[in-house]
Design a protein around this ligand. Structure first.
Ligand code: SAM
Ligand code: SF4
Length: 458
């Protein structure tokens, strides 16, 4: 091992990137890289980027301007700072990044993080390196080895990637191009990682994947396991009290998975189930492969399994051809479901996707107006959901110190942040908390002295 060097990884975009950033740090740890929280004193900076919307991709180039100045400052101090771009922008734009921003030393695609130590060494020696090949072998296999030695708990909750890529080809989305075909990780490596995290004090794991409920990883019996089977197995791990999974496609909400929400107390009563639009015409143009009625049917079955289920969604406004009538159908759907929250975006045409080639692109002003109206409706839904929690007592996982002394922030079973007055020695506990007040995004509660009702809803 060489002398210690400092690594700063900055993550953009989804939880998948947060997880990948942690795995990159784990992979580089045996090379002597220790993480630092700022770029100022780093020897290697990795920007782990997101390509989902144009704005997200452009953010990277403005960040690279700042990185160039950091690199110049380091050189003036006699230090060599290496700049790497990873993630979906790296995968999609490859060489183009180095052309636009010559300050970048290394471009590494989303499938090649296991090769980072060798790539960093090459970039140090030879200058610019670009590696965006999709390897023919399994990225999970390679990542498992360094991660096995180094998985570190970074708190009482953790993400674990179980599935990557997507074969669905929604016409607005770059994921099938930047993350490649769908692959699922083997059950034994997921179990081993979850056990290590639980031993290190993690109480809640969120399984992540672009299409997590399409999970079909090889089980120890050699057959493909469903997400439902995997969750059931994970729930056996001692110390692991809570399980979640995200992001799910409505088409893959099988009966066995829905039944888990009824039968598995560790599985939290909350689900991110993106619908994108409430109009069948737009859903078809988006190639979502489900109708509004199909989506409502999944929601009804979920609520039958678990009546206090909190649902969240993603929406896109201004997809090509979206009329005022189509948009009104989306607003109606939001009102009917009563979401506990949702993300909403203006449609952003992405190069290489079918949506970008469609006629009837919606103008910017209309998109902005629809986004505001939709967000208003979503905010109303969230406020109603939160207000209904006042006076209720439910188990809250106490996660970290709050902003003010004496305050801790935790999560309700429904994923709402809950603030309480309590000593930090309680971090990691699941405590019964009575909700006294709500603000726009948080709940405020008081600790009850009764023992925790691990995993159950209210
Ligand atoms: N796999 C998930 C699904 O099917 O719902 C979504 C994954 S994507 C990383 C997250 C969200 O970004 C999508 O649900 C969608 O709302 C949004 N998104 C994707 N492409 C977009 C685009 N071209 N313009 C605007 N929003 C987009
Ligand atoms: Fe993108 Fe659609 Fe796949 Fe989700 S299901 S990742 S939106 S292509």
């Amino acid at each position: 091992m060489t002398g210690l060097r400092k690594l700063f990884v900055k993550s953009f975009g989804c939880q998948m990137n947060v997880y990948d950033s942690q795995r990159m740090a784990d992979t580089l740890a045996p090379e002597g890289y220790v993480e630092t929280s700022t770029g100022e004193d780093a020897d290697l900076i990795i920007l782990n980027t997101c390509h989902i919307r144009e704005k997200a991709a452009e953010k990277v180039y403005s960040e690279l301007g700042r990185m160039r100045r950091l690199k110049e400052a380091a050189a003036a101090d006699g230090r060599k700072l290496l700049i790497a771009v990873a993630g979906c922008v790296a995968q999609a734009e490859g060489e183009e990044i180095v052309r636009r921003a010559p300050t970048v030393d290394l471009v590494v695609g989303s499938q090649n993080y296991h090769r980072l130590p060798a790539l960093v060494a090459r970039a140090q020696r030879d200058g610019h390196v670009v590696d965006t090949e999709f390897p023919l072998d399994d990225k999970f296999e390679h990542l498992a080895a360094p991660a096995a030695a180094a998985t570190r708990a970074r708190g009482v909750t953790a993400f674990v990637t179980v599935q990557e890529g997507c074969d669905k080809f929604c016409t607005f989305c770059v994921v099938p191009y930047t993350r490649g075909a769908e692959t699922s990780r083997r059950v034994d490596t997921i179990m081993a990682e979850a056990e290590r995290l639980a031993d290190a004090g993690v109480r809640e794991i969120t399984l992540i994947g672009q299409n997590v409920n399409a999970y079909h990883g090889a089980g120890p019996d050699g057959r493909p396991w469903s997400l439902a089977c995997l969750l059931e197995q994970l729930a056996q791990i001692r110390g692991l009290e809570r399980l979640r999974y995200t992001t799910s496609h409505p088409l893959d909400m099988g009966d066995d998975l829905i039944a888990m929400h009824r039968d598995l107390p560790a599985l939290m009563p909350q689900l991110h189930l993106p619908v994108q639009s409430g109009s069948d015409r737009i859903l078809a143009a988006m190639n979502r492969r489900h109708t509004r009625a199909d989506y409502m049917d999944v929601v009804c079955r979920l609520l039958e399994a678990r009546s206090d289920m909190a649902l969240t969604s993603d929406f896109i406004v201004g997809f090509p051809g979206e009329t005022e009538e189509d948009f009104a159908a989306t607003l109606r759907l939001v009102g009917e479901i009563g979401y506990s929250g949702a993300f909403s975006f203006k449609y952003s045409p992405r190069p290489g996707t079918r949506g970008a080639e469609m006629g009837e692109q919606v103008d910017e002003a209309t998109k902005t107006d629809r986004l505001h109206r939709l967000q208003h409706e979503i905010d109303r839904n969230r406020a109603t959901f939160n207000r209904r929690c006042v006076g209720r007592t439910f188990p809250v996982l106490l996660e970290r110190p709050g902003r003010h002394a004496g305050q801790i922030v935790g999560r309700s079973p429904y994923l709402q942040p809950v603030q309480i007055e309590a000593p930090t020695s309680l971090i990691g506990a699941i405590a019964a908390v009575t909700i006294a007040e709500v603000a726009s995004n948080s709940l405020f509660g008081t600790l009850k002295r009764e023992p925790a009702l691990a995993g159950a809803g209210a």
